[in-house]
Design a protein around this ligand. Structure first.
Ligand SMILES: *[C@@H]1O[C@H](CO)[C@@H](O)[C@H](O)[C@H]1NC(C)=O
Length: 259
């Protein structure tokens, strides 16, 4: 009997030990709604020069590793790993969901390099793991699908800020920070969502919560691919595709919705 208990204890330790691993960090994922970006940016928004079409969905616009003790981004270390574009070429969904639609059109490398330098290089994560982790969080959140299942969609309508937060609260048990920007008719519109997760991947309310100004009801601006400006003489194929299909040919694998 005693040896059985000892064995159970040992098994318990073995099972529990990975969860105990904790280097005192948490993650913050910043997601941007491209429809709001295109609407508010004076230069508009531009189709990236990569072959992949940006997703018709929230994009990753930042992924930051925080020190859980100080709540400061982990961005100082003596040994910053340099950014190597070749490390991330094969990551599924990177070009679609971490897309850079700034004008003039660009290939996204600048944004990824910046994210790596600002937050990845000192995070203790390998470069590929850093980007994959951000994409994995994004797909677990699956924010557009989650919102749409609750009747909240990018259709120019006004939606209750409280209800938007509640959709996530009841789905992932954490409340996002919502950042608004000024939209048409002087209405605040949904611009960015910020989510935090522990090192083990559990979503939590972000410990650092700057106050963003929104109204009680905010506009959810449509995002259509035709909003992305073409380079002159760019492929007609893309323009035609943007006109017709309202479906994304690309779906990130492993997206599980449990709501
Ligand atoms: C977090 O900050 C504390 C206090 O400065 C420091 O001792 C610790 O090493 C930091 N942790 C990480 C993961 O950077």
């Amino acid at each position: 009997m005693a040896s059985r208990i000892a064995l159970l204890c040992l098994l318990g330790l073995l099972v529990a030990s990975p969860a105990i691993a904790d280097s005192g960090i948490y993650y913050q994922l910043e997601l941007m709604w491209p429809g709001a970006y295109c609407e508010q940016s004076s230069a508009g928004c531009c189709k990236p020069t990569t072959s992949a079409k940006p997703a018709r969905d929230f994009f990753i616009s930042g992924f930051t590793v925080y020190n859980a003790t100080t709540d400061a981004p982990v961005n100082r270390c003596s040994n910053k790993a340099p950014f190597d574009p070749n490390e991330i070429t094969d990551i599924p969904g990177l070009k679609q969901y971490w897309s850079n639609i700034k004008c003039p059109s660009n290939n996204g490398q600048g944004g990824w390099k910046n994210a790596w330098k600002m937050s990845g290089a000192c995070s203790g994560l390998k470069e590929k793991d850093f980007f994959e982790k951000a994409l994995e969080f994004r797909s677990r959140l699956n924010p557009l699908v989650r919102l749409q299942k609750n009747g909240i969609q990018p259709d120019f309508e006004l939606y209750s800020l409280k209800k938007i937060k509640k959709v996530f609260q009841s789905g992932i048990n954490a409340t996002p920070l919502v950042q608004c920007s000024m939209g048409p008719f002087n209405k605040y519109m949904l611009y960015k969502l910020y989510f935090c997760a522990t090192e083990q991947g559990t979503f939590i309310d972000c410990p650092v919560a700057p106050k963003y100004t929104c109204s009680a009801e905010i506009l959810f601006h449509p995002f259509k691919r035709w909003m992305l400006q073409q380079l002159q003489g760019e492929d007609a194929e893309f323009a035609a595709a943007a006109d017709g299909d309202d479906q994304d040919a690309f779906v990130l694998p492993g997206v599980a919705m449990d709501i």
